[in-house]
Design a protein around this ligand. Structure first.
Ligand SMILES: Nc1nc2c(ncn2[C@@H]2O[C@H](COP(=O)(O)OP(=O)(O)OP(=O)(O)O)[C@@H](O)[C@H]2O)c(=O)[nH]1
Ligand SMILES: [Zn+2]
Length: 219
């Protein structure tokens, strides 16, 4: 025990937790205040916040909000600062980036997929970074339209992309589990920039790739 790992020289007693150094963190979250507010809500709906099953609930909910709103104070564009010079000027598309955001009207989740395409101008970005941008922009009180536009603007701006297309499709819990109660309803939003906005052929090409039958892609 405690010996150096023969393969990588690390101390084998060190916990092997995976720390995501790129994960967003919102320093403004005040866990104590959220806990107090959740206790108050439980009380207000007629529950007993001191019954056994609810004792840890305020702290759990506080941690949940810290996680769901982790992207609020961060610059999601930072993920696009490291680029690679590539002589590639055709479409780059990352499809089916799952996301979970919180609608700012009801603080209920809306979940779905984002598809991001761009036309590089001499530089490309690591593919995971596009997903990281979505993840971070989603982790704040949102509406789907703003999420879609924010991602498109960041990619256009930070990569000097000649064209950007972002399409999001999501179901909104506030429309499915309460209120109008329409399970299965899907909201689609798109933000087109540069060539994808101005040139109908480019737009048709990128939408064709985004909509291409997923089964054809599973080679
Ligand atoms: N445009 C847009 N609307 C959203 C989004 N998420 C939730 N909403 C809508 O926000 C609206 C809020 O409407 P209000 O009339 O203020 O609230 P409400 O009385 O709870 O509305 P109902 O949901 O119709 O019961 C609702 O129509 C929601 O469906 C979103 O991402 N984009
Ligand atoms: Zn809502």
């Amino acid at each position: 025990m405690g010996a150096k790992d023969s393969k990588n020289g690390s101390d084998s007693t060190e916990p092997s937790i995976h720390v995501d150094r790129n994960a967003p963190h919102n320093p403004s979250v005040d866990l104590g205040r959220i806990e107090a507010a959740v206790r108050e809500i439980l009380d207000a709906v007629g529950e007993d916040p001191d019954r056994e099953g609810l004792l840890e609930t305020p702290a759990r909910v506080a941690r949940m909000y810290a996680e769901m709103f982790a992207g609020l104070k961060s610059d999601a564009g930072r993920h696009l600062s490291k680029v690679f010079t590539e002589d590639y000027d055709e479409i780059v598309l990352v499809r089916d980036i799952s996301f979970c955001s919180m609608c700012e009207h009801h603080l209920l989740p809306f979940t779905g997929k984002a598809h991001i395409a761009y036309l590089p101008s001499g530089k490309v970005v690591g593919l995971s970074k596009l997903a990281r941008v979505v993840e971070e922009v989603a982790r704040q009180p949102q509406v789907q339209e703003r999420l879609t536009q924010t991602v498109a603007d960041l990619v256009e701006d930070r990569l000097s992309a000649r064209g950007v297309a972002v399409v999001c499709e999501a179901t909104h819990s506030c429309m499915t589990m309460r209120g109008v109660r329409k399970p299965g309803s899907l909201c689609l939003t798109s933000a087109m920039r540069g060539s994808f906005r101005d040139d109908p052929k480019s737009r048709a090409e990128v939408l064709g790739l985004i909509n291409r039958d997923a089964r054809m892609m599973a080679w």
